[in-house]
Design a protein around this ligand. Sequence first.
Ligand SMILES: [Zn+2]
Ligand SMILES: [Zn+2]
Length: 243
Amino acid sequence: MERLKNCVRGFADRVRWARIIETVCVFPCPGCREALPEQGWNGFCTECLSRLHRIDGPRCPGCGGPQDGILAYCSKCLRIGVRPWKDAYAVIELDPFGLELIHRYKYSGQVELARAFAALGAETIRRSGTVFDAIVPVPLHWTRYLGRGFNQAHLFCRLLGGELGIPVRGYLVRSRATRRQARLNREQRLNNLTDAFALRRGANPDGLRLLLIDDVLTTGATLTEACRPLAKAQVSIMVIGRR
Ligand SMILES: [Zn+2]
Ligand SMILES: [Zn+2]
C-alpha cells in the first residue's frame, strides 16, 4: 500500500512539474514553430494537425498506408510480395509537409518533433486495440551516430514506449556498416542489407509480440532484413513516415 501511495505521489509530482515548466516556458508547435499547441508540451498545433496526412480507416498490413482496392494489401505491396511482418502502422504520409518534418527531424536535429510524432503514434496503436510486449528500434550502425548524433528511431521508441507503457528492448544490433539506402533500388537495397542485423547476445524475443520501429518506410528492405533475426517472434512494424 505504501509503495502504491509513493507511486501515486511520484506521478502527481511529475505532472505538477510538467505543468509548472509549461507555464513558465513556452514550447511552440514543432511543426510551424509559431502557434502554441493545445495538447501541451511539444504537440502539434491544430493547424499543423490538419495539414498532416494521417491514415484513418482500413490500413494495408504491408505498409500501413490506406487500402486502395478490395484486397487487404495495397497495390504497391501486392507488387512487392509477402512481407515478414503481421501488420504495419505509419504515423504520417510523406507528402511534401510530412517529408519536410522528417528531414528536419533526421538531418536538422529538430529532436522535439519526436514527442509530437510519438503522441500521434501512440494514438494510432491505442485505436487499433493491439497489445505488444515490447518495442524494438531498428539500430543504426555506430558509424552513423558520428554523423548524426542520435538514433532518431530510438528516441521515437522511448517516447512511444512511455506513452503506451510498453518497454523498449534493444534486441537487434547492426552486424556491419552498410551503404546509404537512399540512392539504391529495391534489389540493391536488399543485397546491401544482407546479414546487416543480428540478435543482441543474450536476447530472447521468441514468442513475443513486438513492434519494430524505423523512421521511414520506402520499399521496406531495411525492415525486411531487421525481421530476419526476429523470425520466432510475432512482429508488427511502425514507421514515422511512409511513401
Ligand atoms: Zn503548428
Ligand atoms: Zn501497402
